[in-house]
Design a protein around this ligand. Structure first.
Ligand code: NAD
Length: 370
C-alpha cells in the first residue's frame, strides 16, 4: 500500500528552518523505508513573510495550508518586529493560521526522557516516570475573545475570556478519549473560585465526564496546579485546560523534559491538522547550528500518528530519539550538568536520529518478513 500525504512546510523564523529541516529529513526516511509517497511544499509565515510580502500570513500560504493533509510549522518571531502592534507582528501569522485551520485541541506531551533527568532543575526522583499530555483549548478564551482593545486616551486596556458550552464540550471529549487510551485520568484546570467563565468550564467538563465512566476526573485551580506540576508531575495523566492556562502550564511542564527544545505539539479537530514544536524562534541561538531539533522531530512523529494513522512509524521515531539519547548524544541545551555528554550540532543530531530510525524500521521489516 502506498500512503500518500501532502505536507505543507512553513518553517518560519529564527531556528524554525534549522529544526524543521531535521524533521523533514526524518519524514523522508520514513517515506523511503515504508514506500510511502510524502510530498513536501514550502511556504512562508511570520517575519520572513512580512519581509517578502508585507503580511505574516500570505494568501499563498493560507491556500496551500487548506489544500494540504497536514501543516508542519517551525517557529515565528523576530526582534526587529517588536515595536509593531500585536496584529502586525510575525506571531499574528501563527494565530491567523491556527484560526483558519480551525483546530481547537492542542496536544502537548511533556515526557521525562530516561537519562535526561540530570538536565532538569527538578530532582531526578521527582521527574523520573512523569508523562503528562496537555490538551489545551486553542481557539477560544482570552486570546480570541472580544472586545479587546488598548485605549491609549483612557490609558486602559482590556481582553475578554469567553467560552461557550459547545467549545468546552468538544475539547473535553478529546481529553477523555485520549485519557481512555492512556492512564485513564483527566485533570481539568480552571479558576472557578474567581471566574464565571471557569464555572461554566468546570460544570461542562463534569457533565462530559459522565459519558466516560472508565476515566477519572479531578479539578484543580490553575494557581495550585502550577505548584503540583513541579511537586508531583508523576501524578498527572491528561491535563485539560483553557487557552491561556494551557499556554503557561505546558511551558512550565517543559522543565520535566529538561529543555523547551524537546517539546512537540499537535493541533487537531479542524479542517487540517497543524503540527509545531512548542518552542519559539529562539533569536539568541538562531543561525548558530546548535538548536535542538528533537521537539520538531517528535512533532513529525505526532503528524504521522494523528494525520496518517502511521502509529508504528511514529513509535519508531520516538524509539530512535530514545536510542540516540541513551547513547549519550546531546544538543547543547541538553548537555548542561552532564560532563560525559557528546554534544552534537542540530544537523548531526538529525542525522543520528535518522540513522537510528532506519535501523529500527529495518529490524521491524526483517521480523515481519520471517
Ligand atoms: P523561545 O522558545 O524562542 O526561547 C526560549 C529559550 O529557550 C531561549 O533561551 C532559547 O534559546 C531556548 N530554546 C528554544 N527552543 C530551543 C531549541 N529547539 N533548542 C535549544 N534551545 C531552545 O521563546 P522566547 O525567547 O520567549 O521567544 C522568541 C521569539 O519566538 C519571540 O518572537 C516569540 O514571540 C516567538 N515565539 C514563537 C512561538 C511559536 O512560533 N510557536 C512560540 C513561543 C515564542
Amino acid at each position: 500500500m502506498t500512503k500518500k500525504l501532502n505536507i505543507l512546510i512553513v518553517a518560519g523564523d529564527g531556528i524554525g528552518p534549522e529544526v524543521t529541516s531535521e524533521a523533514v529529513r526524518v519524514l523522508k526516511s520514513v517515506a523511503e523505508m515504508g514506500g510511502y509517497d510524502f510530498q513536501f511544499r514550502h511556504e512562508l509565515i511570520g517575519g520572513v513573510a512580512i519581509d517578502a510580502h508585507g503580511t505574516p500570513l500570505p494568501q499563498a500560504t493560507l491556500h496551500a495550508a487548506l489544500a494540504s493533509d497536514a501543516v508542519l510549522l517551525g517557529a515565528v518571531g523576530h526582534n526587529k518586529f517588536n515595536a509593531l502592534p500585536p496584529g502586525e507582528r510575525p506571531e499574528a501569522g501563527l494565530l491567523q493560521i491556527r484560526a483558519a485551520l480551525g483546530g481547537f485541541a492542542n496536544l502537548r506531551p511533556s515526557f521525562a526522557w530516561p537519562g535526561l533527568s540530570s538536565n532538569s532543575p527538578l530532582r531526578p526522583e521527582v521527574v523520573e516516570g512523569a508523562d503528562i499530555l496537555f490538551v489545551r483549548e486553542l481557539l477560544g478564551g482570552l486570546y480570541f475573545g472580544q472586545p479587546r482593545q488598548w485605549d491609549k486616551q483612557a490609558n486602559a486596556a482590556w481582553n475578554t475570556m469567553r467560552y461557550t458550552r459547545d467549545e468546552v464540550v468538544r475539547v473535553a471529549k478529546v481529553a477523555f478519549e485520549l485519557a481512555g487510551k492512556r492512564r485513564k485520568k483527566v485533570t481539568s484546570v480552571d479558576k472557578a473560585n474567581v471566574l464565571e467563565v471557569s464555572q461554566l468550564w468546570r460544570a461542562t467538563v463534569t457533565e462530559v465526564a459522565q459519558q466516560y465512566p472508565g476515566v477519572a476526573l479531578e479539578h484543580q485551580y490553575v494557581d495550585a496546579m502550577a505548584m503540583h506540576i513541579m511537586n508531583t508531575p508523576r501524578s498527572f495523566d491528561v491535563v485539560l485546560t483553557e487557552n491561556l492556562f494551557g499556554d503557561i502550564l505546558s511551558d512550565e511542564a517543559g522543565v520535566i523534559t529538561g529543555s523547551l527544545g524537546m517539546l512537540p505539539s499537535a493541533t487537531i479537530g479542524g479542517k487540517v491538522d497543524l503540527y509545531e514544536p512548542v518552542h519559539g524562534s529562539a533569536p539568541d541561538i538562531a543561525g548558530k547550528g546548535i538548536a535542538n531539533p528533537i521537539g520538531a522531530i517528535l512533532t513529525a512523529a505526532m503528524l504521522l500518528r494523528h494525520s496518517a494513522g502511521l502509529d508504528q512509524d511514529a513509535d519508531a521515531i520516538e524509539a530512535a530519539v530514545k536510542k540516540v539519547l541513551d547513547q549519550g548524544y546531546r544538543t547543547a541545551d541538553l548537555a548542561r550538568g552532564d560532563k560525559s555528554a557528546q554534544v552534537l550540532s542540530t544537523t548531526d543530531m538529525g542525522s543520528r536520529v535518522a540513522a537510528a530510525l532506519n535501523e529500527i524500521i529495518d529490524r521491524r521489516q526483517a521480523m515481519h518478513a520471517v
